[in-house]
Design a binder for this molecule. Structure first.
Ligand code: ASP
Length: 433
């Protein structure tokens, strides 16, 4: 898959460059609001010869994006219900469940805060040459103070929330409740509902995996479109963005999590990393926490000394709901695009927006499935929730794969650190194998 995506990028760039060179084009100047003042933006004239050549690529990229968006609601709903119903129904694991959830939530928050600091300090999105515009009918949503956001998280009508990709927080609140009570109602209802959602989730994952196989074609169409429209200059800010994401991910993985291992659990981070290295390599090469799960469990038990009783609870749960790398990535990616839109369009980028993004990034990482590019599906959900166009997420798809490899590795690394800390606190002899 990696090679196919790389080939798709090169071919897309070649086609785009060919169109730049051989198809005639002229640009129209449109006026946009910039910092409250009018500014000019150059867009390709839709009547020009080059625009006509680009139409199939624009269409293919759009169809791919629609397929991704189609998955948001059913995938998030079934993934959260399945995960939560599994824990809430398992009475034996009350204390372990609480510890695990506490670890997962806190490390994901730490990851998000790392991302927040890094992106605000470096501000790569400000005035980046992305050539994306906010459409005229842009609707920045209702009030976005912290209290407004909290209030709006409660769905007054779950069916209208389910029919709107922008209502991800409402859907997640409902999914958490549904999962919790599926675990608590009497039999046979509990088992029936759990089995239904387990199967629904399995089918959704299968559809998602099939759609995500189309990534190379999506990348090809997209790169051809972007290069054909604007040339290669768009890749300069994207490269800077990649460097910043990679730095923030590595900081979380190499500084924050090792400090927790060392000072909370008294476990040597280097020795633990060595024990978990097969899982790290699998995560890096597959970009999927779910596919890596059996290797993570095997390494944690056979090389790390965690008992099966603990790995079999903590790790499968972690592979679905604990995604530090994805949480960080959602936060950095969406803020990057917000910085860009705030610097070129009339997008009011407030503290409330940042708080909203932090919260949605956390929930998005819980709702993201452990498959390649799942983070991208969630990013379109956050952009829709902000009322921003989702085209930006599509542009980030072009450079997603290397970042996906890295964030999947961070996701799995955090799961394994959590398993080690929790198992140690429950009396397992870590690294004594
Ligand atoms: N590929 C990631 C994982 O499986 C999810 C993501 O796309 O962020 O953990």
């Amino acid at each position: 898959m990696h090679t196919k995506i790389a080939i798709a990028m090169v071919l897309g760039a070649l086609v785009g460059w060919g169109l730049q060179t051989f198809a005639e084009a002229d640009y129209l100047t449109t006026t946009v609001m910039k910092g409250g003042m009018e500014a000019e933006l150059q867009v390709l004239n839709p009547e020009s010869q080059r625009a006509a050549w680009l139409t199939p690529f624009v269409m293919a990229a759009d169809i791919f994006m629609r397929l991704l968006k189609m998955l948001i609601v059913p995938l998030v709903l079934s993934s959260i219900v399945t995960g939560v119903a599994g824990i809430s129904g398992n009475k034996e694991f009350g204390r372990l469940g609480l510890k695990t959830m506490a670890y997962y939530m806190s490390t994901s928050m730490l990851a998000i805060v790392t991302g927040l600091l890094v992106i605000n300090l470096t501000a790569p999105g400000v005035d980046a040459a992305l050539n994306l515009a906010i459409p005229d009918n842009f609707n920045p949503g209702e009030g976005s103070s912290f209290l407004d956001i909290l209030q709006r998280m409660v769905p007054p009508n779950i069916f209208s929330a389910l029919s709107d990709n922008g209502q991800m927080l409402q859907i997640i609140v409902f999914a958490l409740l549904l999962g919790t009570f599926i675990g608590r109602v009497a039999e046979p209802h509990s088992t029936r509902m759990r089995e239904f959602f387990d199967s629904f989730f399995a089918v959704m994952m299968a559809i998602a995996t099939a759609i995500l196989k189309l990534i190379p074609y999506g990348v090809f169409a997209l790169v051809a479109k972007v290069v054909g429209e604007t040339g290669f200059e768009v890749f300069v800010p994207l490269l800077k963005y990649m460097g910043i994401v990679a730095f923030a991910l590595l900081f979380h993985a190499c500084v924050v999590l090792p400090l927790l291992l060392k000072f909370v659990g008294g476990i040597s981070p280097i020795a633990w990393f060595k024990a978990m290295s097969p899982a790290m390599m699998t995560a890096l090469s597959t970009s999927s926490s779910s596919i890596t799960l059996p290797v993570t469990m095997e390494s944690a038990e056979k090389r790390g000394g965690i008992s099966n009783k603990h790995t079999s609870f903590v790790l499968p749960l972690g592979a679905t709901i604990n995604m530090d790398g994805t949480a960080l990535y959602e936060c950095v990616g969406v803020l990057f695009l917000c910085q860009y839109y705030a610097s070129t369009g009339d997008f009011d980028f407030t503290m409330g927006t940042q708080v909203f993004i932090v919260m949605t990034a956390l929930f998005a990482s819980i709702g993201a499935a452990g498959i390649p590019s799942a983070g991208l599906i969630m990013m379109t959900a956050i952009l829709s929730a902000l009322g921003l166009p989702t085209e930006g997420a599509l542009m980030l798809l072009a450079i997603d794969r290397p970042l996906d490899m890295l964030r999947t590795m961070v996701n799995v690394w955090s799961d394994s650190c959590g398993a080690a800390l929790i198992a140690k606190s429950e009396g397992d002899a870590i690294l004594k194998v």
